[in-house]
Write a protein that binds this ligand. Structure first.
Ligand code: NCD
Ligand code: ZN
Length: 332
């Protein structure tokens, strides 16, 4: 079983020691990834993009891996600024203010007129907009409530590619085909777990993330579009490492760390669900190449049906399924 140029279209690589410790987990198995900008402070100037990319390249060493850089969306960006940074970035990432890790400087209110200059400039420059689509409503309803904002943005900026990041609900899946310019990423954990796995028994901090995993019917809707490789969905792990002490504590940080096991889990899932391997190839690479217009570095990953014992931690970061066995391994 082999995958060509697998892409992770939503990845947190962090910075400093964490970056040094975990970047290789993605660079060893993926051909490239969209790198989220939610550092402290967020990546919001050309200089910061270039410097962060250089730190990533240093951390991945000899691996073949393209970090597709993003900027943290601010309504103050004008067309001159966006033109000057266009060649260094692949997308902008919009966070509602305070909705998730390091998103304090994000957008509040979603007034189309306030956002218009920046979004029109992005549209003209063909820069996609990645969105963390949650309101600050009741936790299980946040994503569904955000649908009205997606509709407003998709209608007001019909040429702007809008990517609904890490969708978790049937309502988001249903939106995909209603607007030509809406796309989505889906994580592996949201294809595998529901809220029951997080909080139905003993509380599982390593499965806690934003958006929170939802109901079985939501997961089924996600599975349907992922397994059939719906052309508007792409794999994005949202692998979001936090130190073990920040997860196993009172006030658990949100984020599931899946980078080192994502491809193995996807392979097992597609096999168990009898989905053709071509669909997995489209979900983890082909669709993203078409949507973003990117050509990732050539890289072939061979997966073997040989149990892999997931380590209990990777340099102090506990992965999903730590200390458990999964069915597939990556051939070195
Ligand atoms: C992410 C993080 O830790 O940066 N956390 C998460 O739960 N997914 C941020 C995000 O993508 O929401
Ligand atoms: Zn994320």
């Amino acid at each position: 079983m082999q995958l060509n140029a697998p892409l992770d279209m939503h990845l947190h690589l962090r910075d400093g020691e964490m970056l040094e410790n975990i970047a290789k987990c993605s660079a060893e198995t993926f051909s490239g990834a969209i790198i989220m900008p939610n550092l402290v402070p967020p990546v919001s100037t050309k200089e910061e993009v270039l410097a962060y990319k250089a730190r990533i390249m240093k951390a991945i060493g000899e691996e073949t891996f393209e970090p597709y850089m993003t900027l943290f969306f601010k309504p103050s960006y004008d067309k001159d600024f966006l033109s000057s940074v266009r060649d260094e970035i692949t997308a902008l990432k919009l966070y509602p203010a305070g909705i998730t890790t390091n998103s304090e400087g994000g957008v509040s209110g979603f007034d189309v007129e306030e956002l218009r200059p920046t979004l029109e400039a992005m549209s003209e420059l063909n820069i996609p907009l990645c969105v963390h689509g949650e309101t600050n409503g009741f936790v299980m309803d946040r994503e569904a409530e955000f649908a009205s904002i997606y509709k407003r943005l998709a209608t007001a900026f019909p040429k702007l590619k809008i990517i609904m990041e890490h969708i978790t609900t049937k309502s988001s899946v249903d939106l995909l085909d209603k607007f030509e310019n809406l796309y989505a990423t889906i994580t592996i954990h949201h294809l595998l777990i529901t809220l029951d796995d997080v909080a139905g028994g003993m509380l599982k901090p390593h499965l806690f993330c934003k958006p929170i995993a939802k109901r079985p019917a939501d997961r089924d809707a996600l599975l349907k579009v992922a397994l059939s490789a719906h052309p508007k969905v792409m794999f994005g792990s949202d692998s979001a490492p936090h130190p073990k002490h920040a997860k196993e504590s009172c006030g658990c940080a949100a984020g599931v760390f899946t980078a080192p096991i994502a491809l193995q889990l996807l392979t097992e899932l597609f096999e168990n669900q009898n989905a053709p391997i071509e669909n997995l190839q489209a979900f983890v690479s082909g669709n993203a190449q078409k949507i973003y217009g990117i050509t990732p570095p050539v890289k072939t990953i061979v997966l073997e049906k040989r149990p892999f014992h997931v380590p209990s931690d990777y340099n102090g970061v506990v992965p999903m399924y730590a200390d458990e066995k999964i069915a597939y391994s990556i051939k070195k």
